[in-house]
Design a protein around this ligand. Structure first.
Ligand code: G6Q
Length: 546
């Protein structure tokens, strides 16, 4: 029997799901006018409203019981104190140490990692100040105006999302750009308008072996050489963030300008480490520290608050409940805030790479869904695209709506309009429009009986579609740090309840290994050795190129 199935609460939740199969959110609100007060909470500058989910006190207490049975409290403690909870890679999981602003010592294998963290933060600050003040000069003596981050996955998504989200806080001492795709189109387009003498490349790769990143870094190096004609320029225009000193040095980067991270920092949790260097270069180090502080605030909330007042725990358990109750297999994240344009992409990786697993901690196949398919985009654009399915499709997609009270760039009349849509959508998803309401509307429009009956089923919105609302005061560095950490801990909680290892990513490794072999086949260094489809496709590709 799987560990989860041994919990009586798991069985109780299945029963409750049966009982509530036909409960309508509209009725829950009609029955209890305190529902919002009961099922919402404030944490830092974030108001979290979870009342528009089909939950009751009984459901919540069963969910908390389940989390207790799965020893969530113990698991949190084990993560924070540096136990090797990434069991398949035998590693601690300590992104919380990277933002441990209280600076309490933390021992991993007998070493106080806080000393390493603080040293690296000090190195980053020193470097950031040099670049931003113009003290750091390119090969021809000009100051750096553009920072180009070369990295992929966890070494790209975080800095890209945060620099975009916080652009209102940038002073434009330097601009930032990102290259992740090995498709040459991206590197060519990013480099085209830039001047080699004034560009600083940050090659971000924990392993410094990832082929996309290495290919792009080599191309960037050639681009620099085509103008500098002197290998010594590499040291002035390239820095690295990596754990692989040997490979960094072989590339020609001065290891004095290599920023490190540790094996206890997972790629998708690395934004708080030197992987965040582009953020600090763009915004200044103080703002980067604010981001860390926001995450630290949330870390304390997650560790110290009882479950009934714990935002990440509740967000996680509601996700589990929605998959039980509605069979929901996906989660749509809908920011109503232009700065959060890439937030969904970031959480998509964090969630799906962490919890997209099919076996439990002991390797037994699980018989329940794990990570939902996470997708979405800016909500306001989505309204004119895929919301039709959210409102009337034959599938329930739970939604997280994220918006702000204040716009980070106020333009008269716009934010009110945006937020009117924000509130309208969660209300519409919850209430829908009943047959009676539609009939009334159509009668008022003067349609005859026959016309009304023909149109009626098409215009009915059943409603009862669950959503969470996260209303931020505004997108600022501290609040954003808290928001990211909120989702990180949500993902952690779900992994604990599902009893899976959230911190490995074997599914990512497989494709990386296969691509290496195929590259040598494409280059004619070996013969294809695959199934007929893969061989056929590679042969077709090669024949047209020849
Ligand atoms: C994140 C993943 C993955 C990783 C990239 C880049 O958790 O492991 O997205 O970040 O594959 O890896 P490198 O930083 O080693 O280049």
């Amino acid at each position: 029997m799987l560990k989860l199935e041994q919990s009586d609460y798991w069985q109780q939740l299945q029963d409750l799901a049966q009982i509530h199969r036909n409960t309508h959110l509209r009725d829950l609100f009609a029955r209890d006018n305190q529902r919002f007060q009961k099922y919402s909470l404030g944490v830092q500058n974030i108001l979290f409203d979870y009342s528009k989910n089909c939950i009751t006190d009984e459901v919540l207490s069963a969910l908390f019981g389940l989390a207790k049975d799965m020893d969530l409290t113990g698991a949190i403690e084990r993560m924070y104190r540096g136990d090797k909870i990434n069991t398949t890679e035998n590693r601690a999981v300590l992104h919380t140490a990277l933002r441990n602003r209280g600076n309490a010592p933390l021992l991993v294998d007998g070493i106080n990692v806080m000393e390493q963290v603080n040293d690296e933060l000090a190195n980053m600050r020193q470097f950031v100040d040099k670049v931003r003040s113009g003290e750091w000069l390119g090969y021809s003596g000009k100051r750096i105006t553009d920072v180009v981050n070369i990295g992929i996955g966890g070494s790209n998504l975080g800095p890209k999302m945060v620099t975009q989200a916080l652009s209102a806080y940038a002073d434009n001492k330097v601009r930032v750009h990102f290259i992740s795709n090995v498709d040459g189109v991206e590197v060519a387009e990013v480099l085209r308008p830039l001047h080699p003498e004034q560009v600083l490349f940050v090659v971000a790769s924990k392993t410094f072996t990832t082929s996309e990143t290495m290919t792009n870094a080599q191309t960037a190096r050639n681009w620099l050489m085509a103008s500098a004609f002197d290998e010594r320029a590499v040291k002035k225009h390239f820095v690295a963030v990596s754990t692989n000193t040997k490979a960094v040095s072989e590339f020609g980067i001065d290891t004095e300008h290599m920023f490190t991270m540790w094996d206890w920092v997972g790629g998708r949790y690395s934004i708080w480490s030197a992987i965040g260097l582009p953020i600090a270069l763009y915004l200044g180090f103080d703002q980067f520290e604010e981001l860390l502080t926001g995450a630290y605030d949330m870390d304390q909330h997650f560790r110290d608050q009882p479950m009934a007042n714990n935002a990440p725990v509740i967000l996680a358990l509601i996700g589990i409940w929605n998959s039980l109750l509605h069979g929901a297999q996906s989660l749509v994240i809908l920011p109503y805030d232009q700065p959060l344009e890439s937030f969904t992409d970031y959480i998509q990786q964090a969630d799906m790479e962490s919890n997209g697993k099919h076996v439990d901690q002991t390797g037994n196949r699980v018989n329940y869904p794990t990570s939902p398919v996470v997708w979405g985009q800016l909500g306001i654009d989505g309204q004119h695209a895929f919301y039709q399915l959210l409102h009337q499709g034959n599938v329930i997609v739970p939604a997280d709506f994220i918006g702000s009270v204040e716009s980070s760039t106020p333009v008269r009349g716009h934010h009110e309009n945006l937020m009117a849509n924000f509130f309208a959508q969660t209300e519409a998803l919850m209430n829908g429009i009943s047959e009676d309401q539609v009939r009334e509307q159509l009668q008022a429009q003067g349609l005859n009986q026959q016309e009304i009956e023909a149109l009626l089923p098409h215009k009915v919105h059943e409603g009862n579609r669950p959503s969470n609302t996260l209303l931020l005061k505004r997108v600022d560095p501290r609040t954003l740090g808290a928001l990211i950490a909120l989702y990180e801990h949500k993902i952690f909680t779900q992994g604990v309840v599902w009893d899976i290892c959230s911190f490995d990513q074997w599914g990512v490794e497989l494709g990386k290994t296969l691509a290496k072999g195929i590259l040598s086949e494409i280059n004619g260094e070996s013969t294809n050795a695959h199934d007929s489809s893969t061989n056929g496709l590679i042969d077709y590709f090669k024949s047209l190129r020849a």
